[in-house]
Structure formats: structure tokens, C-alpha cells
Design a protein around this ligand. Structure first.
Ligand SMILES: Nc1nc2c(c(=O)[nH]1)N[C@H]1C(S)=C(S)[C@@H](COP(=O)(O)OP(=O)(O)OC[C@H]3O[C@@H](n4cnc5c(=O)[nH]c(N)nc54)[C@H](O)[C@@H]3O)O[C@H]1N2
Ligand SMILES: Nc1nc2c(c(=O)[nH]1)N[C@H]1C(S)=C(S)[C@@H](COP(=O)(O)OP(=O)(O)OC[C@H]3O[C@@H](n4cnc5c(=O)[nH]c(N)nc54)[C@H](O)[C@@H]3O)O[C@H]1N2
Ligand code: SF4
Ligand SMILES: [Mo]
Length: 788
């Protein structure tokens, strides 16, 4: 079940990585350049010349009369397409109207380069930032719904109307039944507005709620931090991509570059554990093509080998961990032969990887994120995988996992002595307040669960939503969420595109996009293993059409609500300068000297030495909230094997195939499907560009396809016990027999809700991990020819 011999492809990948390519692909208007930053894709193989070269030197801004000729100037950005803050160098043409004409990376940028002295790039989806700025499909004007129709209004009217509706809502239903939904906040005053001032305790976001609940929760309580998913790549000798595709689905390009650095400098081994063939598999030394949802069994068997062979870090386990005996007992009989039956992976391969990993440790790291988190039995699976790190003692050691630190920013509310109230205090979120949710163990660990929101709306416990840069319709339980939006009394959408939520909203407030506003950010993980860092950018161009930055939107509503005193800043720039003041910096200064980032504090490895002596927990019997949640769901507190189907779907004669969601390098969730360029490249990659269809593809193994008379390019119907949809088939060995996958973020859960492609969560209802409430996106389905 494993495949060797991918090393040659890997060598190829290394060569590709070091070459900067700028590929001009049919730029409309602004001349869109796409840099194939990793060079893994056929379409980027040639070396075309950009038609619009960036200027050698930034041209000075005009000081007096506007010039006859258009001038170009250099500006900076922070890429927020996937929100991972790769630095951007931007060329702006000013000729009466401003246009962003060119975008590239910032050398040495912590997230967009391989570190000091290395080239910064922008990945394919990051390049859509140019298209996004000038995309005529953006929302150009505020709208409010009147007599069922959305009508354009001025900002003044929009602010007044929003404030009036919020006040009426509070009087009628209570602000505690309003849901603040923001997976990504473009404004640092978001929570202050909704929690402190409006007084809603309900906030749903990415992270635990829809991204990888078990990964974050288990990492946090076991001792590797909730950033456990990003190892210290560049110092690593052995990397396991466990249900991860970080060469294509990276959290900042430095992830892929870090793996490449580890290949080049440390001759590192890369092992990928994935049921599906991916770009990361392509570059791996070894691929364990695991049966989905059986990761927990594989991890226990690896621990069994490591303990049997005496390859674990006894000093670390003895002096710095808690609960090892329970772990040892749990893995005692979990031999590789036991796991082979469950995972479909040869026992010998399990031994080889366990030994290779343990021998390379502590310079060995496991990266996990969504692949091992988005299923019903994922919590224990994640705990079992995470336990391997404690066993080999790779925590916060070079090349292992890193306890990444984030640079602090000043709190402008404190700096200006704004006496913010906390109007949410004392209000209990619905999940914990009402008996309707007593059967959901997640209430012990979280205050809301994505899949339960529609029930809460039906029960009258949630009656309105503010949805900011967030697309809940794609995250799970889609049909019920769509109905819930219809049912809510007040839906406010702050979006850049006419998404599925914006189209259904009562109030639509168009936000300016990243290059049109001032921003500051502080990351965690990066290409600098020993430094925290900050990054900033001033608006490269004016807000397009009649859009506004998020800060101005909330400050505008606040003014109308009578909360002006809590917003003493004249502009977001002032607010940001307060944030930066603790570093003796201003936004102007941050954006100078040839880049727009600053390395801040240095920090050491082995930070757990500064703690209370417990660096890591194998057994979680001391974590009260989890003990309660585990008890209700019948789980142990120590690592153990929980089979698939215990909490999620099981395949059956009626629904014999297992579906799961996946990603592509061209799209960030459902956020950049508006980009014709990306849709085209996605189609090209599947060799389906000749078809008119520009939606997502259902990947199905030839054996399953033949049985059903399905060929590549056919439209197919996919059906689960609770929903159905249509999309185009792509028949490929990329997935195992019995499993079908599709890229998510199309259809109603995207920026182009009326175009081709399927919202995969139409197949989904309430399946979730019972502990974190994370939607379980492994669904029993069947597929049949059909559709147009
Ligand atoms: N291009 C791109 N990059 C992104 C994003 C994006 O949308 N697009 N999103 C960003 C965000 S928010 C996140 S959370 C990260 C996610 O980063 P990743 O977790 O690396 O995301 P995926 O590419 O979905 O990779 C998950 C892999 O898990 C596999 N998998 C599915 N089921 C199982 C299973 O049961 N067991 C195992 N072992 N593997 C399984 C899938 O086949 C898939 O290849 O990516 C970030 N980067
Ligand atoms: N089916 C399925 N769903 C998933 C996942 C999965 O694997 N499968 N993965 C989950 C994960 S890992 C994550 S992190 C979440 C992320 O989920 P989200 O952060 O909700 O991601 P997007 O789908 O990109 O939602 C972006 C929304 O913001 C809007 N938008 C785009 N640009 C701008 C802008 O500049 N300003 C404003 N205001 N709005 C903008 C878009 O129109 C869209 O409505 O998704 C989760 N959902
Ligand atoms: S990885 Fe790509 S999309 Fe994400 S922030 Fe970096 S350049 Fe932007
Ligand atoms: Mo995510």
C-alpha cells in the first residue's frame, strides 16, 4: 500500500522551486501576472515574459500638477487571500484612476520566503488579489432590503438603518441571540464592537468551529500548542505530512519552502499519510495510502513499535510528561499487524516509518491539520497522533514541533484609556443555556457548534447574524443553514462579493479589500524559527467604488448607535499606530527600507523548561471540561482506538462510497472562485478546459466509475441520506476505490453562488466530532450518471 520511487519527482521539484517565474496569463485590463511560485504545475513550465515589467525603481509620487504620462509607484500589501500574510510588493499606476498592475513577493518575508536573503513570491491564488481589487463583480455600494428587494443606499443611510435595526433587534429578541460570525476579521475592533458594546456572547469563527477542532483542542491541552500543525521545517530531518498537503495547501508559502529547505540542507525524509494522491505525495519519499478515518490506529501502532524498540525519549517522558503509563497500556497490544487490518497499510511500512521518525527525533516533526480532524472519530485520532510527539520528545526542539510565539501589539483601547464596558458578561450562550442541547457533549468545551446553528434558529435562540468575511454556507449542514438565514430576523453581510449570504442579507455592507486599506498583522509560525514578527501595509490604492475598510464600517455603525466615545481615532491609521507604538514604530516606518515586515523578539527552543514541569500530557484525565465531554460520549481520557462510524456515517448498500472534501492550490476555500484565471487553471489541470463547465470536479476511482458507467467530463449526481447535488466527474487513480472527493467552496457556499459547481455540504447534515463540534465531512454517498 505504499509507493516508493517518488524521489526523482522530488529532485525535479527542488530545481523548480529555486526559479522565479512570472507567467502572464491573458490579463484583462490591469494586466494580471501570475507567479507560479512553486513551479509544480504544467501551465507554469514555460518562461513567458511579463508584458508589463515592474519598474526598476519606484517612481516618486507626483507632488504638484498631475503628470501627462501615467506614473507608476511601488506600494506594499499583506496577502489575505488565504489570510497567511505573505508580503506583497505592488505596482500601482496612477493616471487619474488608480490601477494595481503588478504584484510580487517581498524578499525575506517571514511567510512568503524561505527566510533571510531568500526570494519572496506570491502563490497562484495570492495573485488573484489584483483581479479582486478591480473585479467588476464586487459589491460596489451598500444595500438594504426593502419590500423583499435589495436597494442601493448611501453609507449614511446604511449606517443609520443598521443602527436602527440592531436597536430594534436588541429590544425584541435580546442581543444575546445575535450571532457574530467572522472567520477572518479585517478589523481589530470587531470583538470590541460585538461583544463589549452590542453585548452578544455568541461568536463563531474558523479554527475550532469549522477548520480543525480536534487538532486545535488536542494540541492545546496536550502541550504542543494549537499551532502544532506547523513543524520547524527548515531544521527537520524527518517530516510526516499526516493528512496534510502542505506543498499545495500551505499556510503561507514558507511551509512548502521550508520542506524544500529541509530536503536541500538536511537531506530530510518526507512521508505522507493520505488516502489521496497529492502534490505532497508526489514529492514524498514514502506514501502511506491509508483508509480514511483510521489514522488513530496507525498512530497507536507506531507508538507500539517505538516503545518496543526502546526508541523513545526516556528522559523527556520521565521528567516532563504526564500519563505515560496509561499510554503504554493503550498501545501494548496495538501491533503493526493489528493496524494493517484496519488501515490497509503493510505492517512493515508501519515499522519503517515509526523507526525512521523516532531515530530522527528530536529533529523530526509531524504536521497535522484538517485531514485528520474533519471526521467524527477524529478527536482520539488526533490525540493518538499528537502523543507520538511527546513520546519522541520533539517538542519545541529544532526540527521538531515549535511553540511558535506571536509578537505582541499594543491595545489602543487601553492606550487611549477608553473605558469599554463588557455588555456580554453574564449572558450565557444558547448551547449552555437551554436544555435542547443537553445531548451535545460539545457544550462542555465550546460555546457554539456550526452544525447546531440552524436548530438554534428554529428554537428561537439565535435570531440574527453579522457575517463578516465568512461563508458559513459552505462549512456544513448547508441546506439547513440556508433555511436558517431565511428565517432569521436580521442578516447583515460585510463582504466583497455577492456571496450566498450577501444575496440573502437584509443589509449588505461592501468592504474594501486588502490593497485598499491600512493593515497590520502579527503572525506565529514562519521561516524564522527564532523570531516573532510583525507586518504592515498602507492602502496601496483608494477603496474602489463605494466600499469602506472594516474599521470604518464598524466605527460608522458605532457612531449611529451613540458609541462614538469608544472610537476616539480619526482613522484606522491612528489605531494601527497605537498598536505599533509598543515597538516604537509607525505604519510609515514599518513600510520602509525595502520591505514591510520587522522581526521582533528572539525566543529560544524548549520553552517548556520555564513552565510548571509538565510539558506534555498523554492522558487528559486532569482536564475537567474534557473529562465531562469524554464521559458523555463514552471515551477514555487516554489514547485509544475509536473506529470510524462510531460517531459519523457508515457506508451501506445504499450509500457505498465515502465522500470527503479537499482543496486545490488555486482556491482559498470559497473565496477566489470569482477569478476566471483560477477557474481556467483548475480546469486545465484536470485537462477539462475544453468543456464549458467551470465548477468543481468529483474525483472517482476508475473501478467505481466503470461500475457506474461514468467517464471523465460526464456530469454526475451525488447523493447522501440527506442531500444531493451535481458536478462533473474526473476519473482518476488519485483516490482509492470506495472513496470520492471534491474541492469545496463552489456553489452557494462561494463568491459565485449562481455559477457552475456544487456546494458539497449539501450532502451534509449534522455529522460532527462530538467533542469539538467540528463538522464531520466524511459522508456516505452514491454517485450516478446524470445532470446536464
Ligand atoms: N490552496 C489552499 N491553501 C490553503 C487553504 C485553501 O483553501 N487553499 N486553506 C488554508 C486553511 S484554512 C487550512 S485549514 C489549511 C489546510 O491544510 P491541509 O490540512 O493540508 O488541507 P488539505 O489540502 O485539505 O489536505 C488534507 C488532506 O487530508 C487528506 N485526508 C482526507 N481524509 C483523510 C483521512 O481520513 N486521513 C488522512 N490521513 N488524510 C485524509 C485529504 O486527501 C487531503 O489531501 O490550508 C490552508 N491553505
Ligand atoms: N465543505 C468544507 N467547508 C470547509 C472546509 C472544508 O474542508 N470543507 N474547511 C474549513 C476551513 S479549514 C476553514 S479555515 C473555513 C474558512 O472559511 P471562510 O473564512 O468562511 O472562507 P471563505 O469561503 O473563503 O469565505 C470567504 C467569504 O468572504 C468573502 N470575501 C472574500 N474576500 C473578501 C474581502 O476582501 N472582504 C470581505 N469582507 N469579504 C471577503 C467571500 O465572498 C466569502 O463570502 O472553511 C471551512 N469550511
Ligand atoms: S500562501 Fe498564497 S494566498 Fe496565502 S497568503 Fe501567501 S500568497 Fe497569499
Ligand atoms: Mo482552516
Amino acid at each position: 500500500m505504499s509507493s516508493e520511487g517518488t524521489r526523482e519527482a522530488k529532485e525535479q521539484g527542488r530545481v523548480n522551486l529555486t526559479r522565479r517565474r512570472l507567467v502572464q496569463i491573458g490579463g484583462a485590463g490591469a494586466g494580471v501576472a501570475v507567479s507560479g511560485c512553486l513551479g509544480f504545475f504544467e501551465e507554469t513550465e514555460e518562461e513567458p515574459t511579463p508584458t508589463e515589467e515592474p519598474p526598476e525603481e519606484p517612481t516618486e509620487e507626483p507632488t504638484e500638477e498631475p503628470p501627462e504620462e501615467p506614473t507608476e509607484r511601488l506600494a506594499y500589501g499583506i496577502c489575505e487571500i488565504c489570510h497567511h500574510q505573505c508580503g506583497q510588493e505592488v505596482v500601482v499606476r496612477d493616471d487619474g484612476e488608480q490601477a494595481v498592475t503588478y504584484i510580487t513577493g517581498v524578499d525575506g518575508n517571514p511567510r512568503g520566503s524561505a527566510g533571510e536573503g531568500t526570494e519572496g513570491t506570491i502563490c497562484p491564488k495570492g495573485q488573484t488579489q489584483i483581479e479582486k481589487v478591480h473585479d467588476p463583480d464586487r459589491i460596489k455600494q451598500p444595500h438594504i432590503r426593502e419590500n423583499g428587494e435589495l436597494r442601493e443606499v448611501s453609507w449614511e443611510e446604511a449606517f443609520e438603518y443598521t443602527a436602527q435595526r440592531l436597536q430594534e433587534f436588541d429590544a425584541e429578541y435580546g442581543a444575546e441571540t445575535f450571532l457574530n460570525a467572522a472567520s477572518f476579521t479585517t478589523t481589530p475592533v470587531h470583538n470590541q464592537f460585538w461583544r463589549n458594546l452590542y453585548g452578544t456572547p455568541e461568536r463563531i469563527g474558523r479554527g475550532i468551529h469549522v477548520c480543525a477542532g480536534p487538532t486545535f483542542q488536542a494540541g492545546g491541552v496536550m502541550g504542543v500548542g494549537s499551532n502544532n500543525r506547523i513543524p520547524d521545517y527548515q531544521n527537520s530531518e524527518y517530516i510526516i505530512a499526516w493528512g496534510r498537503n502542505m506543498l499545495e495547501t500551505f499556510a503561507g508559502q514558507f511551509e512548502a519552502k521550508g520542506v524544500m529547505t529541509a530536503f536541500e540542507e538536511n537531506d530530510a525524509t518526507l512521508v505522507t499519510i493520505d488516502p489521496q494522491h497529492t502534490e505532497t505525495v508526489q514529492k514524498s519519499d514514502k506514501w502511506l495510502q491509508i483508509e480514511p478515518r483510521t489514522d488513530g490506529a496507525l498512530a497507536l501502532a507506531m507508538a507500539n513499535v517505538i516503545i518496543e524498540e526502546d526508541l523513545y525519549d526516556e528522559e523527556f517522558v520521565e521528567n516532563w510528561t504526564y500519563g505515560f503509563e496509561a499510554y503504554r497500556e493503550a498501545v501494548e497490544d496495538k501491533t503493526p499487524e493489528w493496524a494493517e487490518e484496519i488501515t490497509g497499510i503493510d505492517a512493515e511500512d508501519i515499522r519503517e516509518v515509526a523507526i525512521g521518525f523516532a531515530e530522527a527525533a528530536p529533529n523530526a516533526g509531524i504536521s497535522i491539520w484538517t485531514g485528520t480532524a474533519q471526521y467524527g472519530n477524529a478527536w482520539k485520532g488526533t490525540q493518538n497522533i499528537t502523543a507520538l510527539n511527546g513520546l519522541v520528545g520533539n517538542i519545541d526542539r529544532p526540527g521538531g514541533l515549535r511553540l511558535w510565539q506571536t509578537a505582541p501589539l499594543g491595545n489602543p483601547f487601553e492606550i487611549r484609556e477608553v473605558g469599554l464596558p463588557n455588555n456580554a458578561s453574564g449572558k450565557t450562550p444558547a448551547l449552555r443555556k437551554h436544555e435542547e442541547y443537553e445531548d451535545y457533549a460539545v457544550r462542555h468545551t465550546e460555546t457554539i457548534a456550526h452544525n447546531l446553528v440552524p436548530d438554534m434558529v428554529e428554537n428561537g435562540h439565535i435570531n440574527g447574524i453579522y457575517c463578516h468575511y465568512d461563508q458559513p454556507l459552505k462549512d456544513g449542514n448547508a441546506e439547513a443553514w440556508i433555511e436558517a438565514l431565511e428565517e432569521m430576523d436580521l442578516v447583515i453581510s460585510v463582504d466583497a462579493f455577492w456571496s450566498g449570504v450577501a444575496k440573502r442579507a437584509d443589509i449588505v455592507l461592501p468592504e474594501a479589500t486588502q490593497l485598499e486599506m491600512d493593515t497590520v498583522d502579527n503572525g506565529g509560525w514562519s521561516a524564522y524559527s527564532n523570531n516573532s514578527w510583525i507586518i504592515g501595509s498602507k492602502a496601496a490604492i483608494e477603496p474602489q467604488w463605494n466600499t469602506k475598510p472594516g474599521f470604518d464600517i464598524l466605527a460608522g455603525i458605532a457612531e449611529e448607535m451613540g458609541w462614538g466615545e469608544y472610537f476616539p481615532w480619526d482613522s484606522e491609521r491612528e489605531f494601527i499606530n497605537d498598536q505599533l507604538s509598543i515597538h516604537d514604530l509607525t505604519l510609515d516606518e514599518l513600510e520602509s527600507g525595502g520591505d514591510n515586515y520587522e522581526l521582533v523578539d528572539e525566543y529560544d527552543y524548549e520553552q517548556w523548561r520555564n513552565g510548571d514541569g509538565t510539558a506534555f500530557r498523554f492522558d487528559l484525565d486532569q482536564i475537567g471540561v474534557l473529562v465531562d465531554a469524554f464521559e458523555e460520549t463514552g471515551m477514555d481520557t487516554a489514547p485509544e482506538w475509536i473506529p470510524p462510524g462510531t460517531y459519523g456515517d457508515e457506508t451501506s448498500d445504499e450509500y457505498p462510497l465515502e465522500f470527503f472534501d479537499t482543496r486545490a492550490v488555486f482556491f482559498s476555500q470559497g473565496g477566489d472562485q470569482h477569478s476566471e484565471q483560477m477557474l481556467e487553471r483548475y480546469a486545465l489541470r484536470h485537462k477539462l478546459a475544453d468543456e464549458e463547465y467551470r465548477g468543481n470536479y468529483l474525483v472517482i476511482n476508475p473501478s467505481d466509475a466503470n461500475e457506474r458507467g461514468i467517464e471523465t467530463g460526464d456530469m454526475v449526481r451525488i447523493e447522501s441520506a440527506t442531500g444531493e447535488g451535481e458536478l462533473m466527474a474526473y476519473v482518476s487513480e488519485r483516490t482509492k476505490p470506495g472513496f470520492v472527493t471534491a474541492t469545496y467552496g463552489f456553489g452557494e457556499g462561494s463568491v459565485q453562488p449562481d455559477r457552475e459547481g456544487m456546494n458539497t455540504m449539501k450532502l451534509h447534515e449534522k455529522q460532527m466530532d462530538p467533542i469539538s463540534g467540528q463538522p464531520d465531512r466524511h459522508i456516505a454517498v452514491d454517485v450516478a450518471p446524470g445532470g446536464d
